[in-house]
Each structure stands twice: as structure tokens, then as C-alpha cells.
Design a protein around this ligand. Structure first.
Ligand SMILES: NC(=O)c1ccc[n+]([C@@H]2O[C@H](COP(=O)([O-])OP(=O)(O)OC[C@H]3O[C@@H](n4cnc5c(N)ncnc54)[C@H](OP(=O)(O)O)[C@@H]3O)[C@@H](O)[C@H]2O)c1
Length: 294
């Protein structure tokens, strides 16, 4: 019998791609949304069953996971991930889930001081302990970040401000994350994946100057890279609508992790699981070029 697959975070950056690719594969998809709005209605129009539930409400999770066999667990960049992982694990265990693909981060390490990364470290263990077929994906920096981090100053001044000019890191197209998740969720042989911690990267290593050059190439104009102290960068990030206090604390520690080379690695996971090379940062920016234009 065909698996019923629950996608949480269904209206978010990676969840949308997971659903798009699962539908292309003819999977039986249920989407869990926090908010019923135009985005959830659009999912229904695509033929997706939509359930409204909150990660921190056990009864809602039980409803969302009813008769589900496999799931994508995507918790947003807010606090209380270990609690949500515990609630999710309990509801998933009650339904005997065989596979849960869970979002984590490439920079997960025991000594991290980022509250968000520590939460991922603990959530990975909670999902493993529950024995619900957990597979952990640990992606690099999302290309999506640059829409918020770079576009305001690129538009206003043709400049990109970023700390750690020497730091090297890889950037991933969120569609590659969605495709990896969808491939695992529809795999016939799930035992090959269960228990794995997959580092997902793009195919190139970047630094601030190289990022700036790619933005300039896509926009066909000169963009200047301006290295700034971390404190100045954090103050600027706090002004973005997507950056809450918790995320700001994470970004401060993340910049240290970046400087410690925690994102400085290219892996073959995207190629091995999807069968193609990772999409490039340039491809992503080209798709979202309008965000950088006045
Ligand atoms: N950005 C990066 O560079 C990066 C790198 C590696 C890993 N990550 C990890 O990626 C994750 C974020 O992924 P993403 O960008 O795909 O997420 P996202 O776009 O922020 O989407 C989050 C989704 O979760 C939903 N949601 C929020 N609060 C909820 C709640 N209480 N109950 C149920 N649903 C809720 C949101 O719905 P509403 O829109 O209705 O609120 C939205 O659909 C984080 O765990 C982060 O650590 C990010």
C-alpha cells in the first residue's frame, strides 16, 4: 500500500519544495500548516490534504499524524525545538511511523553556543531515541538567506555588508534540500537512510567577495563587498522582519561557527540521493533576481 506522507512546515521555504516534488512523484501527501490562509488554500488546490496543527500541541499533532507512515519534521527558527521534537516523537510513535526525515544544521557540534544549534543537537537525539526511523539532514547555508541579508543594501547602495571576510562556506539551493527529503521519503529501501546524518551542500565554496561577485554577475552591475564587525551586522539583521531575538542570538554564534570552518565542506550527498549535481547559488539568485531590483 502507498505510504501516507506528512509534510510539516508545509508553507515554509523547504516544505513547499518537498510537497512540489512529492506531488510530481504521485505520493499521497498531507500538509501540516499552522495557519489557514492563502498559502494553505493554494496547497489544497494542488490536491494536498491540509491539516491545521501546532508543533506544541500534542492533540493537534495526533490529528496531523493519524494514519501517516512517513513524515518530514521541519521546525522553524524559533525556540523550543526539543519540546516540539518530544511531542512529535510521541505522536509519531503512537502511529508506528517507519520514517521521519528531520531538518537540522550542518554546523551541529557538541561545543556550539548557538541556542538554535544546541536545540538541533538535542532534537536529533530525541528523534533517534524514539525509534521512529529518524534521518537527519544537516544543510549548509540556505541561498534563501541572501534575499533578506543582501537585497536591501544591494538595492539601496550596490553594496553587500557581511562579517568574517576570510571565512569560507558552502551555500545550498533550497530546492535541492526539498528534493533530497522527497527522495528519502519515497525510497523503497529506507533502511539505507535510517540513522544517517546527511551534510547537504552546494558544489562550491564561497566567501563574502565571491557571494558579492555572483550577485553582481546576476544583476549585471558592480556590487561592492563591505566587511563589517559582527556586532554591526547583528544590529542590521535585527531590523529584518524575519529575524527574531532567538535568531539574532543564533546568528552571532553562527558567525563564529562559519569562521571555524563548520560550513567549509562540499559533500556528494545531493548528487548521490537526487542523481544530479547541486543547483548553484547563481541559479537561485537568477530565479529571485527581482528581489534585488528596485
Ligand atoms: N536558513 C539557513 O541557512 C538554515 C541552514 C540549515 C538549517 N536550517 C534550519 O531550517 C529550518 C527552517 O527551515 P525553513 O526555512 O524551511 O522554514 P521556514 O520557511 O521558516 O518555515 C517554517 C514553517 O513552519 C511553520 N510553523 C511555524 N511555527 C509553527 C508552529 N508552532 N507549529 C506548526 N508549524 C509552524 C510556518 O508556518 P507559518 O508561516 O504559518 O508560521 C512555516 O510553514 C530551521 O530549523 C533551521 O535551523 C536553516
Amino acid at each position: 500500500m502507498k505510504s501516507k506522507i506528512l509534510v510539516t512546515g508545509a508553507t515554509g521555504t523547504t516544505g513547499q519544495y518537498v510537497i512540489e516534488i512529492l506531488l510530481e512523484k504521485g505520493a499521497d501527501v498531507r500538509a501540516m500548516v499552522r495557519t489557514v490562509d492563502e498559502r494553505s488554500k493554494a496547497l489544497e488546490k494542488l490536491g494536498v490534504e491540509v491539516v491545521q496543527a501546532d508543533f506544541l500541541d500534542l492533540q493537534g499533532l495526533r490529528k496531523a499524524l493519524k494514519n501517516v507512515n512517513r513524515a518530514y519534521f521541519l521546525y522553524p527558527f524559533i525556540d523550543h525545538l526539543p519540546k516540539a521534537a518530544g511531542y512529535f516523537a510521541k505522536a509519531a510513535k503512537e502511529q508506528n511511523l517507519e520514517l521521519v526525515v528531520s531538518m537540522s544544521q550542518m554546523n551541529v557540534h557538541d561545543a556550539t553556543k548557538s541556542p538554535a544549534t544546541q536545540n538541533h543537537l538535542i532534537a536529533e537525539d530525541i528523534l533517534d531515541w524514539a525509534e521512529i526511523g529518524a534521518v537527519h539532514i544537516r544543510p549548509a547555508l540556505f541561498a534563501w538567506n541572501y534575499l533578506g541579508m543582501a537585497s536591501p543594501t544591494v538595492k539601496a547602495e550596490n553594496k553587500f555588508y557581511f562579517p568574517n571576510p576570510e571565512a569560507k562556506y558552502t551555500i545550498i539551493h533550497p530546492k535541492d534540500i526539498g528534493e533530497v527529503v522527497a527522495e528519502i521519503l519515497t525510497a523503497e529501501n529506507i533502511q539505507q537512510h535510517i540513522g544517517k546524518r546527511y551534510d547537504l551542500s552546494g558544489s562550491e565554496i564561497y566567501d563574502g567577495k565571491k557571494v558579492t561577485d555572483v550577485i553582481g554577475k546576476v544583476l549585471n552591475k558592480e556590487i561592492e563587498f563591505v566587511p563589517i564587525p559582527v556586532d554591526v551586522w547583528i544590529d542590521a539583521m535585527k531590523k529584518l522582519p524575519t529575524v527574531n531575538e532567538f535568531l539574532a542570538k543564533h546568528l552571532r554564534e553562527l558567525s563564529k561557527d562559519i569562521a571555524m570552518d563548520k560550513f567549509n565542506k562540499v559533500t556528494d550527498v545531493v548528487k548521490n540521493i537526487t542523481g544530479h549535481e547541486p543547483r548553484t547559488f547563481e541559479e537561485y539568485l537568477t530565479e529571485y533576481k527581482a528581489v534585488f531590483e528596485n
